[in-house]
Design a protein around this ligand. Sequence first.
Ligand code: PGA
Length: 251
Amino acid sequence: MSVDRPRPLVAGNWKMNGLRQSVEVLREVHAGYTPGLKAKVELVVCPPATLIYTFAREAVGARIGIGGQDCHAKESGAFTGDLSAEMLADVGAAYVIVGHSERRQFHSEKDVDVCAKAAAAHRAGLTAIVCVGETRAEREAGRTLSVVRKQLRGSIPVDSNSHNLVVAYEPVWAIGTGHSATPQDASAMHHVIRATLREIGGGTTDEVPILYGGSVNRGNAKALLAAEGVDGLLVGSACLDPEGWAEICRS
Ligand code: PGA
């Protein structure tokens, strides 16, 4: 049984896109985020780290959450090029994505690393958006459930609850390919994820939002959001176009 959430959460992952002038995109998103829409949808924008401070200032009073796309597990130290969760919080982030498949793939991040990053997010007072999802090869080998269950068990810190954790189911084969999961497939996986969260966290994770991500666009957002157990969306490329983003939110 899935828990009814008051408002779906729609998060935008900008990845490595955006310069200072992109604040205009945020302004357009803000302008379209009417009081009526605010009552119905919770918005989070995760720009590249260089824009978090500007975006967070711009979002003050707008009720748009700002998030990072990754953080280091440690608070500070000799880790050239890295950013701590405390640094993200310091410039106004309230969320951070951890364990995105592009981090797992291009930076060899393992579940244990993701778990440490999520714990760092909690330490800094951020909500961790923990990503899980199987590759095409794993899916074709019939390993989807075991892979996703293992990722969840390995990536979620014990202190997680509905205030500091969001899970994003992002099948790797759906990311950036234009081939999203069907609402039925997403729904089935979200039920498995919900059941696994219950095993991991007892009652404390019952209301953790479970987002679907992977080739979400204005054409499929409505059906995905309507799928049982889907509490929101994690949107990549489609979130860079304010009109498309607004349409996704309205759906
Ligand atoms: P996409 O990316 O919407 O461009 O497929 C989603 C993500 O990677 O979070």
